[in-house]
Design a protein around this ligand. Structure first.
Ligand code: HEM
Length: 412
C-alpha cells in the first residue's frame, strides 16, 4: 500500500477507517509530538485478562505513574548488573550444543531468552527445578500468544483464544507469582526485578499494590523475551547468508574477547557487533507494526484522521523505503557508521517505537542481544540447513514462518 499510495493510505476495515503512515515525520507526529491525541487499541480488554494493567496495557495517569516508577529499574547502569547472568544462560545453552548438530534456532533462542528473563525477573531457573513457574508461564504464553506484544490495532482483528484456558493459566500464574511475592517480602533486598518492583516508591513514597507488581512482572516477562529471541534468530540467518559480514564479526570477537566470555565492559568495544544487530533490527524489526487509536480528529500529512480511526505505523515498511535507506534491501552493517550514520535522523528507524510508550526494555534488549550474540558467535558458526525455506510470519512479532533450522559448526 505504501508503495502504491504514498505516505498516507486510508482503507476500511469493517466500519472503521484505518490509516497506514509511512514517513518519519508522520511517525514522529503520532509517537511523540501528538502522542496525547492517541491511545492504544481496545484489544487490551482481552490482553488484560493476563497482563492486567501493566505498562504495555495501561493508559493515561496510571501508565505515567508506573512508567516514572519503573524507568530507573531499566536504566543502563542498573541493568548492567544482569550481564553476567545473561552470559551464564548462554553458556548453559552451549553446553548442550554439539559440533555438526542441526537445531531449530527460533526454539533455541526462545529457550535462551526465556532463561534470561526468568533469572533476571524472578531469580528462577525456568528450565530447571522451578518448573512450576516455567510451565505456568509457558501455558499463559501459549494462550496469549497472539496478544503478547504491543500492536493492539492489529490484534483487535485476531480471533481470541478460548477464555477458559486463559482463565485457568491466569489462576496458575497468579498463585505462583503471589507466592514469589510473599517470599520476596519475607526476604527483602534481592537484586531481581521482582524484588526491585516491590521496593520501588512513587513520588509520594508509596509502593505499588501487589496486584500492580504482579501485572508489571507479567508484562515484562511476556514483552521481554520473544522480541529478543526473534532478533537473534533473524541475525543468525543474515550472518549465514553474508559470510563476509560474519567473518568481520568473528574477527572483532577474536580480537576483543579471544577465548574468554564477554562481559558488559566489553560492550563499548564490540562496535561491529552493535552495527550487525542494528542492521538486523532494521531489516527484520520484531515489532513490525505499531497501532494507535485516534482520540480526537488529527491532521496527518494533509489528511484529517477522524477520532476513533486506527493509525498503523510499520517499522518493516519504513525501514525498507529507499528514500530513507540507500539500497534498503541490502544487509549492510556499515551503513550505521561514518557518514551513513551522520546523515540519518528522525523516525526513519524506530524498532523500539518512540515517545512516552517507547520500549522501556530497549537498553536491556540491546545489551542482552549483544552479549548473547557475542558469546555464541565467539564459539559457533551457524549454517542454514539447505532445505530451510526462509520467510516471515508477521504475527504480533515477526517470526520465521518455517522456523530456522541451522547446523552448528564449532569455531574453537
Ligand atoms: C529487540 C527486542 C525488543 C523490541 C524490538 C521491542 C519493541 C517494542 C516496541 C516497538 C514497543 C512500543 C510499542 C508501542 O508503542 O505500541 C515496546 C514496548 C514495550 N517493551 Fe519492548 N521490545 C523489545 C524488548 C523488550 C524487553 C527486553 C523488555 C523488558 C525487559 C520490553 C518491555 C517493553 C514494555 C514494558 C513496553 C511497554 C512500554 C510502555 O508502554 O510504557 N521490551 N517494545
Amino acid at each position: 500500500m505504501a508503495a502504491q499510495y504514498g505516505d498516507v493510505t486510508r482503507f476500511r476495515w469493517g466500519p472503521r477507517h484505518e490509516f497506514l503512515l509511512n514517513h518519519p515525520d508522520l511517525v514522529e507526529q503520532v509517537l511523540v509530538t501528538e502522542q496525547r491525541s492517541f491511545m492504544k487499541g481496545q484489544a487490551l480488554q482481552e490482553t488484560k485478562r493476563i497482563l492486567g494493567e501493566g505498562l504495555l496495557t495501561s493508559e493515561g495517569a496510571l501508565h505515567l505513574r508506573q512508567r516514572r516508577l519503573m524507568q530507573p529499574l531499566f536504566h543502563r547502569g542498573r541493568i548492567g548488573e544482569y550481564g553476567d547472568e545473561m552470559v551464564e544462560c548462554s553458556t548453559g545453552l552451549q553446553a548442550r550444543w554439539r559440533d555438526g548438530d542441526t537445531r531449530e534456532m527460533h526454539d533455541e533462542m526462545t529457550r535462551l531468552t526465556l532463561a534470561v528473563v526468568g533469572r533476571v525477573l524472578f531469580a528462577a531457573d525456568l528450565e530447571g527445578e522451578a518448573g512450576e513457574l516455567g510451565s505456568a508461564l509457558t501455558d499463559a504464553m501459549e494462550s496469549l500468544q497472539r496478544f503478547m506484544l504491543p500492536f493492539y490495532g492489529a490484534v483487535e482483528r485476531l480471533p481470541l483464544p478460548g477464555p477458559r484456558r486463559v482463565r485457568a493459566s491466569r489462576r496458575r500464574l497468579d498463585m505462583t507469582i503471589y507466592r514469589l511475592l510473599a517470599e520476596r517480602r519475607a526476604n527483602p533486598g534481592g537484586a531481581d526485578l521482582l524484588s526491585l518492583l516491590l521496593q520501588a516508591r512513587d513520588e509520594q513514597g508509596e509502593p505499588m499494590p501487589d496486584a500492580q507488581v504482579r501485572d508489571e512482572a507479567m508484562t515484562i516477562f511476556l514483552a521481554g523475551h520473544e522480541t529478543t529471541a526473534v532478533t537473534l534468530t533473524w541475525t543468525w540467518m543474515l550472518l549465514a547468508r553474508h559470510p563476509s559480514v560474519e567473518e568481520r564479526l568473528h574477527e572483532e570477537l577474536d580480537v576483543v574477547l579471544g577465548a574468554r566470555p564477554p562481559n558488559i565492559d566489553d560492550l563499548p568495544k564490540l562496535l561491529y557487533t552493535d552495527t550487525v544487530l542494528k542492521e538486523a533490527l532494521r531489516l527484520y524489526p520484531p515489532a513490525w507494526l505499531i497501532g494507535r487509536r485516534a482520540l480526537v480528529d488529527v491532521e496527518l500529512g494533509g489528511f484529517v484522521v477522524p477520532a476513533g480511526s486506527i493509525v498503523i505505523l510499520s517499522p518493516w515498511v519504513t525501514h525498507r523505503d529507499a528514500r530513507f535507506f540507500y539500497e534498503p534491501l541490502r544487509f549492510d552493517p556499515d551503513r550505521w557508521t561514518g557518514q551513513g550514520q551522520a546523515d540519518r535522523r528522525g523516525f526513519g528507524y524506530f524498532p523500539f517505537g518512540g515517545g512516552i510508550r517507547r520500549c522501556i526494555g530497549e537498553s536491556f534488549a540491546l545489551m542482552e542481544a549483544k552479549l548473547l550474540l557475542a558469546s555464541l558467535a565467539q564459539r559457533w558458526r551457524l549454517r542454514l540447513d539447505p532445505r530451510q525455506v526462509v520467510d516471515v510470519l508477521p504475527r504480533i512479532t515477526l517470526r520465521p514462518r518455517y522456523g530456522m533450522r541451522m547446523r552448528l559448526e564449532a569455531r574453537r
